[in-house]
Design a protein around this ligand. Structure first.
Ligand SMILES: [Zn+2]
Length: 286
């Protein structure tokens, strides 16, 4: 039998014998800026338990991974918490999830992110004046309201397609210096593409913020449910309205260079439990 046939048969058998192996989940990375998959061992409720991490409710999905290791029934769990870990989390401190009458701890490892030095032509984007700052505070509040939303669409989204094609010009997590001044770390992935290139929804979601913001330029936020939101910045055009329900692949807008930029690109952030995490953990590499 030829190789491709062999792999086809293996793939088909795999699907038939281990349906749970197909469970889509973000790639786990228990580091600052990563995602932890925490089995909620001993929680056997029929409905998904309500779990929080700090102030924020976290995504909980059925844990069909445990069906893959039937020998290890002592550790099997029915539910899995999918937790976004902040870039500011300290690796030597245990992280704690809480739910009614129980708590779960998990440990994270340190991760060193590289430094990036950028020169921004508009000096107000580095040293904003008081009016700029007041504007930014209003806009931050608007974006936070979108990031902290909790909605429960029928389908849990935990895997995504890339929203634009182009070179990854700045990875997630870079420690940033604008005109030699330290600023917040890079909370998204930058995809460089010519102005006007399409930006599409990476998964089904609802448009929950639309604005022209001081730093982020033309911006859209999508709510995918269960605490998962995505942010699109610096667009030259916005092609959606507040409240629109999008399917994966629907047009959101076009790549541009609005706000604090050094050239046209899409800044794409993925947020879980109001925590910006590495977007590539949600993308299949296959
Ligand atoms: Zn960016």
């Amino acid at each position: 039998m030829s190789n491709w046939r062999n792999s086809l048969v293996t793939a088909l058998l795999g699907i038939a014998l281990f349906p749970s192996a197909a469970q889509a989940l973000p790639e786990e990375s228990r580091t600052p800026g990563g995602v932890a998959l925490v089995p909620l061992v001993g929680i056997n409720s029929t409905a998904a338990p309500q779990v929080s991490y700090g102030e924020q409710r976290v995504m909980v999905v059925p844990d069909s991974r445990s069906a893959n290791s039937p020998d290890d029934s002592s550790n099997s769990s029915k539910w899995l918490a999918v937790v976004g870990i902040p870039l500011s989390a300290e690796a030597d401190e245990p992280q704690r999830l809480s739910l009614d009458g129980a708590s779960f701890e998990f440990r994270i490892s340190p991760k060193e992110y590289e430094a990036q030095y950028l020169t921004v032509p508009n000096k107000r984007h580095v040293d904003p004046n008081p009016d700029d700052l007041a504007r930014w505070e209003r806009e931050s509040a608007e974006m936070k309201a979108a990031f902290i939303r909790w909605s429960e669409p029928g389908q849990v989204v935990d895997k995504m397609e890339l929203p634009a094609s182009g070179r990854f010009s700045s990875p997630f997590g870079l420690r940033r210096f604008f005109n030699e001044q330290p600023r917040n770390p890079h909370s998204g992935l930058d995809i460089a593409a010519p102005t006007g290139s399409p930006i599409t929804a990476p998964a089904a979601g609802e448009v929950v913020a639309v604005g022209n913001y001081f730093f982020n330029g033309n911006t859209v936020i999508l709510d995918h449910g269960h605490g998962l939101t995505t942010l699109y910045c610096h667009m030259s055009a916005i092609d959606v309205s507040l409240g629109d329900h999008l399917q994966a692949g629907d047009l959101i807008g076009k790549v541009g260079a609005t706000g604090r930029v050094t050239g046209p690109h899409l800044h794409w952030s993925v947020s879980l439990n109001n925590t910006r995490v590495d977007p590539l953990l949600f993308i299949d590499n296959e």
